[in-house]
Design a protein around this ligand. Structure first.
Ligand SMILES: [Zn+2]
Ligand SMILES: [Zn+2]
Length: 265
């Protein structure tokens, strides 16, 4: 039996075949979103970013026009059935300002997914970050990104805690800086269902997700920041699944009120 969606109205985080590690065209996602009764669907594939192109987890610059064309066609075809927003997920690097501005002439929104930081003049994957110094870079980068005004929401903001078994006071302090900036610049924070989809790990007899991270979201709860839940779907069927239901439960258990929709354009 396919799941019935009674909770989710909007999903703004979705990936297509063009990024080389997801499945489905824009149209496949839109059809699925209509099936699940969503009011708003945002397509936010991994944007081309020249100096990260060798990492092969994003669309290439040559494929970008195909992406825009697929979006345009889907909007023409389905605009009476669902609101479709054109988005992109991308990292923030201050020297790339022109690139973000150019992208924003074609799409409705950018979401920040900071998968890399610049540490000692090298790019470092966020999944390899262990030291507090690198976490400080991550937070500093995110705050600058929010200040830039280019981003509507932050994808998996708590991903910098990926390798941490115990959350120290310093990490909580950094989390607070991030949350305060999100409040100040009115950028929403995302509880990422793809982290839930990846399952729990057990460390020191305690089982938890690598992300979302409870300790982080308990701090969000104390703020006025807008929180959204996204699927971060890499397959159309993930637009609504058990992981989404779990994400809502995760938010409810902490006492976070989730925004049903964001103003996207
Ligand atoms: Zn991805
Ligand atoms: Zn994503």
């Amino acid at each position: 039996m396919p799941l019935k969606n009674k909770i989710m109205k909007s999903n703004y985080h979705t990936h297509t075949y063009l990024c080389h590690h997801a499945e489905g065209t824009v149209e496949d996602y839109v059809i699925k979103a209509i099936e699940f009764g969503l009011k708003n669907i945002g397509i936010s594939d991994h944007a081309p970013l020249i100096f990260l192109e060798d990492r092969s987890v994003r669309m290439s610059l040559e494929d970008y026009p195909i992406y825009l064309e697929e979006l345009k066609q889907a909007i023409d075809k389905f605009k009476d059935k669902i609101n479709i927003y054109k988005g992109l997920e991308i990292e923030y690097f201050p020297q790339q300002k022109k690139h973000y501005e150019e992208l924003l002439t074609n799409v409705d929104y950018l979401t920040l997914g900071q998968h890399y930081i610049e540490s000692n003049n090298k790019l470092k994957s966020i999944y390899h970050v262990k030291e507090i110094e690198d976490m400080q870079i991550y937070i500093k980068t995110l705050i600058e990104a929010m200040k830039s005004g280019y981003f509507k929401f932050i994808s998996h903001p708590d991903i910098f805690l990926f390798n941490q078994t115990n959350i120290s006071d310093e990490m909580l302090y950094l989390s607070r800086l991030l949350i305060q900036a999100a409040e100040k610049y009115d950028v929403a924070l995302e509880i990422n269902a793809n982290g839930i989809r990846k399952g729990k790990i057990t460390v020191d007899k305690k089982s938890r997700y690598r992300y979302p991270r409870k300790e982080f979201w308990e701090l969000v709860k104390q703020s006025k920041v807008k929180t959204i839940i996204s699927s971060d779907a890499h397959k159309p069927k993930y637009l609504f699944d058990e992981a989404i239901i779990e994400a809502y439960k995760f938010a409810r258990d902490i006492g976070i009120e989730v925004e049903e929709e964001l103003v996207m354009n």
